[in-house]
Design a protein around this ligand. Structure first.
Ligand SMILES: NC(=O)c1ccc[n+]([C@@H]2O[C@H](COP(=O)([O-])OP(=O)(O)OC[C@H]3O[C@@H](n4cnc5c(N)ncnc54)[C@H](OP(=O)(O)O)[C@@H]3O)[C@@H](O)[C@H]2O)c1
Length: 342
């Protein structure tokens, strides 16, 4: 066991895109555990977009209160149980829990979920088999009403949520059209994840690409991005289409609303004219789906129908850089940080 507990903290709150200098690793004590708790040693830390919300006072919202400066950055991890005072866990078990970006945490056993290494590598339990995968599964199975032959449009198509949403659409027999930010990522999306098409949002002709890839329009927009990608999708929606509002990563680094005209009337007009159904998605409403999700999506991973890819950054000192990579699309798959051997 390490003599100290490394913690990745904030030196100051980022303005716009986080900078490496906003983050600082400090050393704390390894915590004691009380009855009902386990001591977990983190192996993989998650780097999820919601963490950006936690580290900005201007974005503080109910489910993501602002992290104090000097405190470990919050987030889920896959951990090995080092000691246990909870009857359901033993030393050597693997669990997932909200330990924050640090080596060791004292965690309430009742808030942990066991991680089954036989289903997929540990890192996948923060991605395709973790919260992002469950988000995609909930959106596709409970909200989208997608039917075989319909077109499902997925922004951030290779990420933790998008890769699972797109693959579930493809497995259902839909036309899956993804959006990413480079030729290399788009090739992977088509050749490995099985998207029917993947479009590069950084190209000038993005709008033409969308129209050409969706000749029959879009029936389901699985919206992970917001911003220009969202507006382009809206222009191609079919009547009675569904817009699943999962995330708005395009604006997470913005401290103020975008300059320019108020587009809310245009948005409402498009919803009315096309009779669109707009559904907000919060994964917290769907925790009870987890057993069914693990069985179904875990089975798809095991039999090779669904691919899980993590963008693995090594070292807790690089967790801030990993976040910058994820926010700017320089990740290739679901971003995780490995801070110990499994
Ligand atoms: N509602 C919920 O309960 C819930 C739960 C989990 C996640 N989410 C949301 O789902 C979305 C995806 O999360 P994730 O964990 O799967 O992240 P991710 O896709 O693994 O990583 C973020 C991706 O966003 C894309 N991106 C970055 N800036 C963008 C921009 N300006 N415009 C368009 N795309 C941009 C990049 O992909 P490319 O470079 O490949 O385009 C980047 O790789 C986020 O908005 C997140 O907040 C919501």
């Amino acid at each position: 066991m390490n003599a100290s507990n490394r913690q990745m903290t904030l030196r100051r709150y980022p303005e716009g895109m986080p900078q490496e200098s906003d983050f600082q690793v400090i050393s704390g004590a390894i915590p004691d555990i009380a009855d009902g708790q386990v001591l977990g040693r983190a192996i993989y830390l998650t780097v999820d977009p919601y963490i950006r919300v936690h580290i900005s006072p201007s974005m503080s919202i109910g489910y993501a209160p602002t992290t104090p400066l000097g405190a470990p950055i919050p987030g889920e991890a896959v951990l090995r149980v080092e000691r246990s005072k909870h009857p359901d866990f033993r030393e050597g078990d693997y669990v997932a829990g909200f330990s924050g970006w640090q080596d060791y945490a004292a965690l309430q056993g009742d808030a942990l979920r066991k991680v089954d290494k036989r289903l997929a590598p540990l890192s996948a339990h923060l991605g395709a088999l973790g919260m992002p995968g469950l988000t995609a599964y909930a959106g596709m199975t409970k909200l989208s009403e997608a039917e075989a032959g319909q077109t499902v449009f997925v922004s951030a198509a290779l990420g933790g949520v998008g890769a699972v949403a797109g693959q579930l659409a493809r497995i259902k027999g839909c036309r899956a059209v993804g959006v990413s930010s480079s030729a290399e990522k788009c090739s992977y999306a088509v050749e490995t994840l099985g998207y029917d098409a993947c479009l590069d949002r950084t190209k000038q002709d993005f709008a033409e690409q969308v129209a050409a890839a969706c000749p029959n329009g879009i029936d389901v927009n699985f919206e992970n991005a917001g911003g220009p990608v969202f507006w382009t999708a809206m222009q191609n929606m079919n009547a009675y289409g569904r817009v699943i509002v999962c995330g708005l990563i395009a604006v997470y680094n913005e401290d103020a609303p975008p300059a320019g005209p108020d587009l809310s009337q245009d948005l409402l007009r498009a919803i009315a004219l096309k009779r669109l159904v707009v559904k907000g998605l919060m994964v917290a409403d769907f925790w009870s789906l987890r057993p069914q999700f693990l069985e179904e999506v875990g089975g798809m991973i095991k039999d090779g129908r669904l691919h899980s890819k993590e963008h693995i950054v090594v070292g807790i000192e690089n967790a801030g850089v990993a976040m910058m990579e994820m926010l700017s699309g320089r990740n290739f798959g679901k971003t995780v940080v490995r801070i110990a051997d499994d």
